[in-house]
Design a binder for this molecule. Structure first.
Ligand code: NDP
Length: 290
């Protein structure tokens, strides 16, 4: 449904931390390109205030929805009036939006994760393959669901804290998944075809992911969901070891596209302007370089 051009519809991204988020710049660029009125802000929300903040924001009739980022994606699923079948299956939501006076929880991370991967891999090429996924939060849930739905053979799940790893494994409940203890992270039982960092490690302000990619085979692809910095320590290591690799910026843009549509009633423009502006912003934050 296309929205009225006269009203200023409001949307936001909620998380903790949130200062790093590029979503406001991305959505504002798309709004400007399309000549639409609209507002998209970053809101810092502590875990204990999450539900109350959601109620406060949606109490404003002009508030059309929110993207949800770390660490709230799993709670977001439960504070909506309805969750989409996909968000329920994944067990996490990164999008809450208003539809006919109800708040719907959706997951666009699954699409956002697969879309850039399929730009470099054949859709068929995950069938029968093995993946190693680091992380145990909302992003890891979307990644594991996406991989298992792509008929991958095995997904090894590895999270730094063993307690969270076991809870995550139990929640995922999929026969394609196997738990790999953090202590064995450098010795997976087989060389994975794809290694995914779905943890916060390597993000600006977080310690790098402490792994040695020596276990990778000649055709392994390393996919880091982190997009700040663009060249994460993991991607740098992959580059040095001549391993094919992919960063998280294209996923950020791909997962934002259906959110923008849900908020403002139109698809974002199919130009590269927003990506160029995000890259300039990231490199400026890094103080030039790269
Ligand atoms: P959560 O806070 O829910 O989970 C974070 C996970 O990272 C935890 O499992 C935690 O493990 C792990 N972790 C944190 N620091 C380290 C470290 N130094 N070494 C190993 N593991 C670590 O976050 P989300 O799942 O929501 O997001 C995870 C990351 O994915 C974020 O960086 C986010 O920006 C990125 N992301 C990117 C997207 C994109 O569009 N490119 C989309 C979604 C997410 P432990 O249990 O041990 O604390």
């Amino acid at each position: 449904m296309k929205r009225s051009k006269k009203k200023i519809f409001k949307a936001a991204v909620l998380g903790d931390p949130i200062g790093h988020s590029l979503s406001p710049l991305l959505h504002q660029t798309w709004l400007q390109e399309l000549g639409l009125l609209g507002e998209y802000k970053a809101v810092l929300v502590k875990a204990e205030n999450f539900e109350i903040k959601i109620s406060q924001l949606f109490a404003d009739p002009d508030f059309v929805g929110a993207n949800i980022t770390l660490p709230h994606k799993q709670r977001a699923l439960h504070c909506a009036d309805q969750a989409s079948p996909l968000a329920k299956k994944v067990g996490a939501a990164n999008l809450l939006f208003r539809k006919n006076n109800t708040i719907i929880a959706e997951n666009t991370d699954v699409f956002g994760f697969l879309d850039p991967l399929y730009q470099i891999l054949d859709v068929q090429s995950l069938i029968g393959k093995t993946a190693l996924v680091f992380g145990g939060g909302g992003a890891a849930k979307a990644v594991v669901f996406a991989l298992c739905s792509s008929q991958i053979d095995h997904v090894f799940l590895c999270n730094r804290s063993q307690e969270k790893a076991e809870t995550f494994f139990a929640e995922v409940q999929n026969p394609q998944t196997k738990l790999l203890h953090w202590d064995n992270r450098n010795q997976p039982p087989t060389a994975p075809d794809i290694v995914i960092n779905a943890s916060s490690a390597g993000m600006t302000g977080f310690a790098p992911l402490d792994i040695n990619l020596a276990f990778c085979g000649p055709k392994t692809v390393v996919y880091d969901l982190v997009y700040q910095p663009i060249q994460t320590p993991l991607l740098q290591q992959a580059k040095e070891k001549n391993i094919a690799h992919l960063g998280g910026l294209d996923m950020l843009i791909a997962q934002a596209s259906p959110s923008f549509h849900a908020f403002f009633g139109v698809k974002p423009p199919q130009t590269n302007l927003a990506k160029s502006i995000l890259l300039v912003k990231i490199y400026a934050k890094q103080g030039g370089g790269q």
